[in-house]
Design a protein around this ligand. Structure first.
Ligand SMILES: [Zn+2]
Length: 162
């Protein structure tokens, strides 16, 4: 079928897709998603014989190539998930599920989780983590005046917006 041929051209071979994924995810070497230790060892492959399993010598946790990513616990081949992500703005979820022969829900889940992941990454990074408020300036002339408490609050508010 012509449709199948088009898909074969655009969906990366599973082994290639996994190699690409590993190159990106483990660019600095495989590390434990739990404790970030590089002291890990390979434990063969998962049931589909392609995704690698690892164990951490530091904290003892087991993990795979996909642990902690949107690709974890999905039943679709990685190449098809790449295809969905690459085409989610061009094609409807209905069309993608028809093309790939997967349930609408499966396609929607991947597409939606990827969008959520992008949104999470692009959240305002300036206000994350600890916020330091600069030292306040207080004029010596105001010492002892009750007004200072409201001045402080106003000053703190002002600094937060900087
Ligand atoms: Zn660990």
């Amino acid at each position: 079928m012509a449709g199948d041929l088009v898909l074969e051209l655009f969906i990366p071979d599973e082994e290639k897709a996994l190699n690409i994924f590993r190159c990106i995810r483990w660019a600095d070497g495989v590390y434990c998603p739990e404790c970030k230790s590089f002291d890990i060892y390979k434990r063969g492959f998962t049931d589909n014989k392609k995704v690698r399993r690892y164990s951490c010598n530091n904290c003892g946790k087991n993990f795979t190539d996909f642990t902690g990513t949107i690709f974890a616990n999905k039943h679709l081949p990685l190449g098809e998930m790449f295809y969905i992500i690459a085409n989610q703005d061009k094609k409807s979820t209905n069309r993608l599920s028809e093309e790939l022969g997967h349930k609408w829900e499966s396609v929607y889940r991947i597409s939606n989780e990827f969008k959520e992941c992008l949104a999470e990454k692009s959240k305002d990074p300036v206000l994350s983590g600890e916020i330091n408020i600069d030292e306040m300036y207080q004029s010596a002339g105001n010492k002892g005046l009750k007004k200072t408490s409201t001045n402080k609050k106003a000053q703190i508010k002002k600094n937060r917006h900087l």
